[in-house]
Design a protein around this ligand. Structure first.
Ligand code: T46
Length: 150
């Protein structure tokens, strides 16, 4: 199980160092315990109030950290073999709550930028994006098969 109550989901608080010059936030090292491997890194921006949902991957492990703003990340586990099948977990993260969230394959996920400003997310994916056959299944944000209302 995990902090989110969904097997394979790991929520890691991130260390923030602030000094008179600015700040530094540690995110990940290859010698971290359970380092899932590296595929690619990219940054996305979510405008305030925008919902990006739902996504699911077959092979890819996602790791997300909101580096500016604040987002609500929602996870839905409908993996047939999961002890938490049917569980929905909500995680608030961002500047005010620095954390890295690891999402295993098979878990639906989506997020919404909270407050009045954009949120910038850092994505650390275990696999590089395959333009010909993206490992990305999508459902609409209001898909009735997922028991969560944004
Ligand atoms: C990953 C990637 C995407 N793209 C293109 C493909 C699309 O035309 C456009 C947006 O991609 P996507 O719809 O995947 O982006 P988001 O809707 O922000 O979703 C992202 O964040 C959620 C949480 C996920 O789980 C997705 O896998 C992840 O890609 O950028 C590229 O050109 N290069 C790339 O490396």
């Amino acid at each position: 199980m995990s902090e989110a109550g969904i097997p394979g989901v790991v929520v890691t608080p991130l260390k923030l160092v602030a000094n008179e010059f600015g700040r530094l936030m540690e995110v990940q090292r290859r010698d971290d315990r359970d380092f899932p491997g590296f595929g690619q890194v990219y940054v996305t921006q979510s405008f305030p109030g925008i919902v990006k949902a739902w996504y699911r991957h077959t092979l890819q492990i996602d790791q997300l950290a909101a580096i500016t703003g604040l987002v609500k990340l929602v996870l839905y586990d409908d993996r047939p073999d999961s002890a938490a099948r049917g569980r929905v977990a909500e995680i608030v993260m961002g500047e005010l709550a620095p954390r890295l969230v690891r999402i295993p394959p098979g878990v639906w996920h989506g997020f919404k930028a909270l407050g009045d400003s954009s949120a910038f997310l850092l994505h650390l994916n275990s696999e590089p994006y395959d333009f010909g056959a993206p490992d990305e299944e999508r459902r609409r944000a209001d898909d009735p098969s997922i028991p969560f209302a944004w």
